[in-house]
Design a protein around this ligand. Structure first.
Ligand SMILES: Nc1ncnc2c1ncn2[C@@H]1O[C@H](COP(=O)(O)OP(=O)(O)OP(=O)(O)O)[C@@H](O)[C@H]1O
Length: 274
C-alpha cells in the first residue's frame, strides 16, 4: 500500500471559554483524532452538529492551529509550518466551503476570484488570466463567457462550481470539502456530487469530505470516519462501516438516514443557501 498523502495523528483542539462571572473553562472540541488520506481517495468525516467535523477540517486546512497532535503531508510535518512551507502546503491543500456566496468576494469578478490562489502562490496563469479562468470555468461546467460576472449573478449551484474551480486553480493534491453540498437543493446537489467525482477521476486528487448527510457520503466516499463528541468512534471503508457498523453511535446515525432534518428541508424547499 502506498504511503498516505496526509496523516493526522492525535489532532486535538481545545477552546477556552468564559463562563458566568468570567470563569475560564476549557472545552475539547476535537480529541486525539487520527486518520490517513491516500492520493486519489475520498475520506468522509461524518457526525452530528457539534461533533467537531469543521474544527477538524479547519486544522487540516491549517486555518486553525491544533492544540496538540501532528499533521503530516507527503511525509513532512506541517503542523506548525509557517512562511514558505505553509504557502507550499496551501498550494497542495485547498478548501471548498459550505456557502459559496459568503466565501467568494462579492465585489470581484469570477476571473479575479479564480486567479486569487495563483496570485497568492506567485504562479503565472497558463496562457494569461483570461484563458486560465475560461479553462477552469469549462472544467466545472460553467459558461466561460461569464468570467466577468460577479458571484451574485450565479445560482447557488453555479456559485459553488466557482468555489470548486477556485480550489482547482493551483492543481491541489487534496481538496477539503466542508459541507460543500449540504446547502444545495437536492437535484443541484446530485449534479455537484457528480462533478466532484468526475474531477477526481480526471485529476486523481484526494478529498476530505465533511458531511452530516450519510446518503451523500455513500455516493462519494471510499472511506468514512465517524465523529462523536470530538472523537472518531469508528472508521473504515464505506461498505464496511455502513454495512456492518460496530459502534452504537454509527448505528444511530445510520438509522437516522431517512429522517428529515426540518431546518435543511426548509432551506431546500425555499432554495435558499443562507
Ligand atoms: N472558536 C470556537 N470557540 C469555542 N468553541 C468552538 C469554536 N469553534 C467551534 N467550537 C465548538 O466546538 C464544537 C465542535 O464544533 P464544530 O463546528 O467543529 O462541529 P461540527 O461537527 O462541524 O458541527 P456543525 O456541523 O454544526 O458545524 C462545538 O461544540 C462548537 O460549539
Amino acid at each position: 500500500m502506498s504511503e498516505p498523502l496526509l496523516s493526522a495523528s492525535e489532532l486535538t483542539k481545545r477552546f477556552v471559554t468564559r463562563g458566568p462571572l468570567g470563569r475560564r473553562s476549557e472545552f475539547t472540541a476535537v480529541d486525539r483524532v487520527s486518520f490517513d488520506v491516500r492520493l486519489g481517495e475520498t475520506l468522509a468525516v461524518v457526525g452530528e452538529s457539534g461533533s467537531g467535523k469543521s474544527t477538524t477540517a479547519r486544522m487540516v486546512a491549517r486555518l486553525m492551529e491544533p492544540s496538540a497532535g501532528t499533521l503530516t503531508f507527503e511525509g513532512e510535518d506541517v503542523t506548525t509550518a509557517k512562511g514558505p512551507a505553509l504557502a507550499r502546503y496551501r498550494a497542495n491543500v485547498q478548501v471548498v466551503f459550505q456557502d459559496p456566496y459568503s466565501s467568494l468576494n462579492p465585489r470581484h469578478t469570477v476571473e479575479r476570484i479564480l486567479m486569487a490562489p495563483l496570485v497568492y502562490q506567485g504562479i503565472p496563469p497558463t496562457g494569461g488570466k483570461r484563458a486560465h479562468a475560461r479553462e477552469l470555468m469549462e472544467r466545472v461546467g460553467l459558461d466561460p463567457d461569464h468570467s466577468q460576472r460577479y458571484p451574485a449573478q450565479f445560482s447557488g449551484g453555479q456559485a459553488q462550481r466557482i468555489g470548486i474551480a477556485r480550489a482547482l486553480a493551483v492543481n491541489p493534491k487534496l481538496v477539503i470539502c466542508d459541507e460543500a453540498v449540504s446547502a444545495l437543493d437536492v437535484s443541484v446537489q446530485a449534479q455537484v456530487i457528480e462533478l466532484l467525482r468526475r474531477l477526481q477521476a480526471e485529476s486523481g486528487f484526494s478529498y476530505v469530505f465533511i458531511a452530516h448527510d450519510l446518503a451523500v457520503v455513500r455516493q462519494i466516499a471510499h472511506r468514512v470516519a465517524v465523529m462523536s463528541e470530538g472523537r472518531i468512534v469508528e472508521q473504515g471503508p464505506v461498505a464496511q462501516v455502513f454495512g456492518d457498523p460496530q459502534d452504537p453511535y454509527t448505528r444511530t446515525l445510520l438509522a437516522a438516514i431517512p429522517r428529515i432534518n426540518p431546518e435543511w428541508d426548509r432551506r431546500r424547499r425555499e432554495g435558499s443557501l443562507r
